[in-house]
Design a binder for this molecule. Structure first.
Ligand SMILES: [Zn+2]
Length: 410
């Protein structure tokens, strides 16, 4: 893509109404544009990042047998009355139609998915089933000041599974937990799983996946020697205490952002909707249910909080909007190189704007594409199709032939 044709532009200054690093850098780099607190437009660069995160999540959900569907965002009040969520969930976004009918906007979709899936489950032979969607969700937030970390409108993957027995549920629950760790690893994030209470749903055990970041809204205690991690809100321990789990490590306190959760829903929703299947003995029974969420747009914000320096964003390769940022300096003709990169299947943003080298370097740092490739009259004069390449995450550049550069980048 040619940068001269991108409809977004680099902003020199951070927007005054954004307090967090992720919101400031994403707005300045032209990834997102704020409509109101907690609600953003995703611009060409930003949508590419969002799609990359989404695809990693999709691959891992497909790998554990999840089947992708798309469910409605607007729901009738009646299904939320059936489960008690209408009165219990304070962040449930409620809207009224012109005929004074009440509706809710989805913030989690047990109310839709439970009757939907069970419509097609008659006997134990139809179980287990796992379905998921990647869709926009809404929360009626009072304050939304953390950029993409806490949206009123946000993109989320929500999966729901239905099982014949508790054992089968637990087997699947463990499998999804592993898939979650794979997702975070692929995104370049180290996540810790905290045991948490099931919130408004259930008193059963559930896990929240936390990424350590100073922009996070949760405080956690974690062991420096084992995997033990707990939210300070429910912890019995204090910072500096010895870890009771392994007996070796010490507990440290840190700020963290929740990037996913897995809940054992038990039979709460299947009983609310009275959906059953016929077991091997011919008896009608309620299945066991689990739900598994990952905040996709929030992850984009968390990645920026973790991967940035004073110059801008430093995207991990797996989610970067492009692989190479090609800059032509001082009127050098970069067209041939742009074409060669594209023909080699390299995703490239070509800075063909009329701008000073200083402006182009600053914009490359801000946008944060993993490789910067420079072509200049001086390099061209050296002959042999020479370019200068540099990793966004490193200081030193190297001058090599284009063929060699392609090998290094790939
Ligand atoms: Zn420990």
């Amino acid at each position: 893509m040619r940068q001269s044709q991108l409809f977004t532009k680099i902003e020199r200054n951070a927007p005054k109404d954004e307090a967090t690093v992720n919101a400031q850098l994403l707005a300045r780099g032209g990834f997102v544009s704020k409509l109101m607190a907690g609600v953003y437009s995703y611009l060409p660069l930003g949508l590419r990042v969002l799609n990359n995160i989404e695809n990693i999540v999709r691959e891992e959900m497909d790998a554990v047998g999840g089947q992708e569907i798309s469910m409605p965002i607007i729901h009738p009040k009646s299904i939320w009355m059936t489960t008690g969520g209408w009165d219990k969930i304070d962040v449930l976004f409620k809207v009224k139609s012109r005929t004074e009918k009440d509706y809710a906007l989805g913030q989690s979709e047990e109310e839709v998915v439970t009757p939907l899936v069970m419509k097609y489950v008659n006997t134990y032979r139809d179980l287990p089933k796992a379905v998921y969607q990647i869709n926009w969700k809404f929360r009626d937030e009072l304050r939304s000041k953390s950029g993409l970390l806490r949206g009123v409108e946000f993109l989320m993957k929500d999966m729901y599974s239905f099982h014949e027995t508790q054992e089968d549920f637990e087997r699947y629950f463990a499998e999804v937990k592993k898939a979650y760790f794979r997702i975070y690893e692929r995104l370049g994030l180290t996540a810790k799983a905290t045991e948490a209470s099931g919130g408004s749903f259930t008193q059963k055990i559930s896990y929240e996946f936390m990424v350590l970041t100073d922009a996070g809204e949760d405080d956690i205690l974690y062991c420096d020697a084992c995997e033990f991690c707990v939210n300070v809100e429910i912890a019995k321990e204090k910072e500096g205490d010895k870890c009771t789990r392994c007996g070796k490590g010490t507990l440290a306190k840190a700020k963290a952002s929740e990037v996913g959760n897995v809940f054992d829903l038990g039979q709460k929703f299947v009983k609310d909707f009275d959906v059953t299947f016929t077991d091997k003995e011919g008896n009608k029974r309620h299945p066991i249910m689990g739900c598994y969420g990952i905040g996709i747009s929030r992850l984009m914000g968390v990645i920026v909080e973790k991967y940035h320096d004073e110059g801008g964003i430093v995207w991990p390769g797996a989610v970067a909007p492009f692989a190479v940022h090609l800059l032509s300096l001082n009127g050098a003709d970069g067209e041939k190189i742009y074409e060669t990169l594209q023909n080699a299947g390299v995703k490239v943003l070509y800075d063909d704007r009329e701008a000073t080298p200083g402006e182009k370097f600053a914009s490359a740092d801000l946008i944060g594409i993993p490789w910067r490739m420079v072509v200049s009259p001086k390099l061209l004069a050296e002959g042999g199709n020479k370019v200068e390449i540099k990793r966004r995450s490193e200081k030193d550049s190297q001058t090599v032939g284009l063929e060699e550069a392609l090998k290094i980048i790939k």
